[in-house]
Design a protein around this ligand. Structure first.
Ligand SMILES: C[S@@+](CC[C@H](N)C(=O)[O-])C[C@H]1O[C@@H](n2cnc3c(N)ncnc32)[C@H](O)[C@@H]1O
Length: 254
């Protein structure tokens, strides 16, 4: 008898279901407006599936090794890895700054919520650049008035605002695992430093050394990045077994 679509839904099923949704999005919006371009377009034309190998392996690794942890995926693209994780019960925040991909990520999220309404509460898509997009924004300054300078006693501070879209502190969390997959965008040195500087706010960080802020095409460049991050971590290891051809590493901070 076939399994139903309950919480035990398999990654194989999700792979096929996400592939179908990707076809739907590309059919409605085209490869450009959906933000797919060749990157996701090739999954359709070459009939690869919704998830590619490293995403499926990483999903299995996270599901097995980190039950009960939250995951922050920085640079989710259209969020297929996030979709696989939330369908398996993980709470995920996906950060992405490319608006067309954010729109496609919302499409996928909405399609999953139709089947599994509980996903709504555990999958947040945050549009913006990591790490700034997770930093709580300052409260707006009180309006200045020429009368204010005559006030003798300052007003007591207002109560802290209730958590909402402007207070995203909870995602910087020592229970959360920060994940980067294939973010080979050209980050400036300052951007790279601020991203690495955010790592100690998490329990662990998993990333592909070869595709992190730039393409590192030699083992030496990958090792340099590994050593740079390992120097601020409690422990670190490379995970060559995680997916063929990838250079994933794990950094532990708590
Ligand atoms: C090549 S795509 C890969 C998407 C996904 N990580 C994967 O493995 O399929 C990289 C994505 O990361 C996004 N990105 C890169 N740096 C980012 C940052 N600092 N904050 C948010 N998004 C970022 C890009 O806009 C792009 O959509």
């Amino acid at each position: 008898m076939r399994a139903n679509l309950g919480p035990a839904v398999s990654l194989d099923f999700l792979d096929g279901y996400l592939f179908r949704l990707l076809q739907e999005i590309a059919g409605k919006h085209g490869l450009e407006d959906s933000g797919f371009q060749n990157y996701y377009g090739s999954r359709l034309t070459e009939k690869i599936g919704g998830l590619i190998e490293y995403e499926e392996r990483l999903a299995r690794y996270l599901l097995e090794g980190y039950p009960g942890h939250r995951v922050v995926h920085a640079g989710i693209g259209i969020g297929v890895l996030a979709c696989a994780l939330v369908c398996k019960g993980v709470t995920v925040a996906g950060v992405e700054y490319y608006p067309k991909r954010v729109a496609s990520a919302h499409y996928l999220r909405a399609a999953l919520i139709e089947i599994w309404p509980e996903i709504e509460a555990r999958y947040e898509i945050i549009e913006g650049s990591y790490p700034d997009a997770l930093i709580p924004r300052d409260k707006p300054a009180p309006p200045t008035s020429r009368f204010l300078r005559w006030r003798r006693a300052p007003k007591p501070p207002a109560a802290a605002p209730a958590p909402g879209p402007l207070t995203r502190g909870p995602w910087f969390n020592s229970n959360a695992i920060l994940v980067f997959t294939n973010v080979a965008s050209s980050w400036s040195d300052d951007k790279l430093a601020s991203i690495i500087g955010s790592f100690p706010r998490f329990a662990e960080v998993l990333l592909d050394l070869r595709l992190f802020g730039a393409v590192r095409d030699t083992d030496r460049k990958c090792d340099d990045l590994f050593n740079r991050i390992a120097a601020i971590a409690r422990s670190a290891e490379q995970l060559p077994e995680l997916a063929i051809g990838s250079h994933f590493a794990r950094f532990v901070f708590t």
